[in-house]
Design a protein around this ligand. Structure first.
Ligand code: UD1
Ligand code: MG
Length: 510
């Protein structure tokens, strides 16, 4: 936006927010990916101000810490005692060199404010060369807010706080949004003249308007097109309704760019998330933080993604992911948990009741069922049998497991790290793999099975099991045909008796 002279942004964030009833300062409460303060600062960002001052007071250290993370260029200024919004701005300007220009003041608790709206306020103010311009809005319920009092010609006369207003003024539904543009020099001058002669005994920033007007200075009102943008947040009920309003705004914007939201009312997308065209988001889904969803990906139902990157055409169903990467065409869930640095390459699969942490799963590889994969590297086109655990932690240190390409590991394996299974290797079902398995080998690590014939009939006589066993014995005697070991029996746990020639448990869980 064109800028002829210097601009300073002052954000007022020293208040306690008593009605939030929280140990967290009000402006640090989160709302779809940013704090209240973060939303306000990002609405002001396009003003390209020469400096941004944030007045801190309650929870000053916490607010300063947060500023360091989200807006390191902003200057926090301490208002040790909250003596009013006018006092707060006075203190802020003490940290700013005197000079010509515009001072934009924004209450720290108006998170729905759009950059376009602050921009329009400042442009109108600067073009009119006004001494002060207030953002106003016509609201259905003005309770608790400052009223815009206009004269017979419709010009701003003063801003009156509700508690200081007479009944006629209270009936006014045009309110002060708490967002202003001022001429720097005239603001400084007026701030020096504020009194505390009001119901709260505070220095009101809003009184600057009456003072300037009385001095014959031009003061103006800029009316917001949408009053929703000016809604403040004073308690958790308001915070929840602001969150729902922001959700609707964000969802509408994504649908207009070509993303399908099957149930917008239960879809919560942080303002920091990015989605590509033709992504489909099903119901009960939260997309948070730095999450990115590629085109044509299917997310949901019942999914939470935090800081997770999902490639084009991938699907994530009824799952929770934090700091993970899901490659193109990969599939996750239902009921998977991807933890930080879980990285699935293209067409990989993490299936049902599977947890993955700090592991790479190569292209086309599958971990289909009931498995924990921690600190592992799995190659391409490999299949991990059901109910396996990558035993990564010895109680002191974490170790890695490496599994090669085209490997087939049996069901119910423990990979006791550090350990490696080579390319094309197999492992037998039920194995505890503590030693490396070379490429192409069959790793078998379990006790041999021993059957004690007739045990049930002898030791559990009279039970239903014994009777069933007896009937089976009679039938066998009658037909005298022994059942052949089938392929599937071999796969279910007889690898060693078939010399490792068949799949050792892997295909049974593919
Ligand atoms: C203020 C306005 C009111 C307007 C409303 C919009 C004044 C006197 N009144 O009222 O006209 O309709 O906002 O929401 O300005 N703060 C400080 N230091 C202080 C006092 C406040 O930093 O000493 C900060 C608060 O943290 C908050 C903002 O200023 O972010 C507004 O203060 P608040 O007490 O909420 O003012 P309201 O009574 O809501
Ligand atoms: Mg307020």
């Amino acid at each position: 936006m064109p800028q002829s002279h210097s601009r300073t942004v002052v954000v007022l964030a020293a208040g306690e927010g008593k009605r939030m009833k929280s140990t967290l300062p009000k402006v640090l409460h989160p709302l779809l990916g940013r704090t209240l303060l973060g939303h306000v600062l990002s609405a002001a960002a396009p003003l390209a101000a020469d400096r941004t001052v944030v007045v801190v007071g309650h929870g000053a250290d916490q607010v300063r810490g947060h500023l360091g993370e989200i807006a390191p260029d902003a200057t926090p200024v301490l208002q040790a005692e909250q003596l009013g919004t006018g006092h707060a701005v006075r203190i802020a300007l003490e940290a700013v060199p005197e000079g010509a220009g515009t001072v934009v003041v924004i209450n720290g608790d108006v998170p729905l404010l759009r950059p376009e709206t602050v921009g329009a306020l400042v442009t109108a103010h600067e073009e009119a060369a006004a001494a002060a311009t207030v953002l106003a809005a016509e609201v259905p319920d003005p309770t608790g807010l400052g009223r815009i009092v206009r004269d017979a010609d419709g010009r701003l006369e003063q801003i009156v706080e509700e508690r200081d207003a007479d009944p006629t003024q209270r009936a006014i539904r045009e309110i002060n949004a708490g967002i202003y543009a001022f001429d720097a020099a005239r603001l400084r001058d007026a701030l020096g003249k504020l009194s505390t002669d009001n119901d709260q005994g505070e220095e009101y920033l809003t009184d600057v308007f009456g003072l300037l007007r009385s001095a014959g200075e031009p003061v103006a009102v800029h009316v917001a097109a949408d009053h929703v943008e000016t809604l403040g947040c004073n308690d958790r009920v308001e915070l929840a309704s602001l969150r729902a309003l922001l959700r609707d705004r964000v969802n509408e914007a994504w649908m207009r760019t070509g993303v399908s939201l099957l149930d917008p009312a239960t879809t919560w997308i942080d303002v920091t998330v990015a989605l590509d065209r033709d992504a489909v988001v099903d119901q009960n889904t939260q997309l948070r933080g730095a999450t990115v969803v590629g085109s044509g990906a299917l997310i949901g139902p019942d999914v939470t993604l935090v800081d997770t990157i999902v490639g084009p055409g991938a699907s994530v169903v009824r799952s929770h992911a934090v700091g993970a990467e899901v490659g193109e065409g990969a599939s996750v869930g239902p009921y998977a948990y991807l933890r930080p640095a879980a990285r699935l390459a293209g067409k990989a699969k993490v299936g049902t009741f599977v947890e993955v942490k700090n592991s790479q799963i190569g292209t086309g590889s599958k971990v289909p069922h009931l498995t924990y994969v921690g600190d592992a590297t799995i190659g391409e086109q490999t299949n991990i049998g059901a109910a396996s655990v990558f035993v990564n932690y010895d109680g002191v240190n974490k170790h890695r497991t490496v599994i090669g390409n085209h490997a087939r590991t049996g069901a119910d394996n423990m990979f006791v790290a550090p350990v490696e299974v080579g390319d094309g290797a197999y492992t037998a079902a039920g194995s505890v793999i503590v030693d490396d398995v070379p490429a192409g080998a069959m790793g078998v690590a379990r006790a041999r099975q021993r059957n004690i014939e007739g045990w049930v009939v002898k030791r559990r006589a009279g039970t239903a099991a014994a009777e069933a066993a007896q009937r089976a014995g009679d039938a066998k005697g009658a037909s005298d045909v022994a059942p052949a070991a089938s392929d599937s029996e071999a796969m279910h746990g007889r690898a060693e008796t078939v010399g490792g020639a068949s799949g050792a448990g892997d295909t049974a869980t593919d």
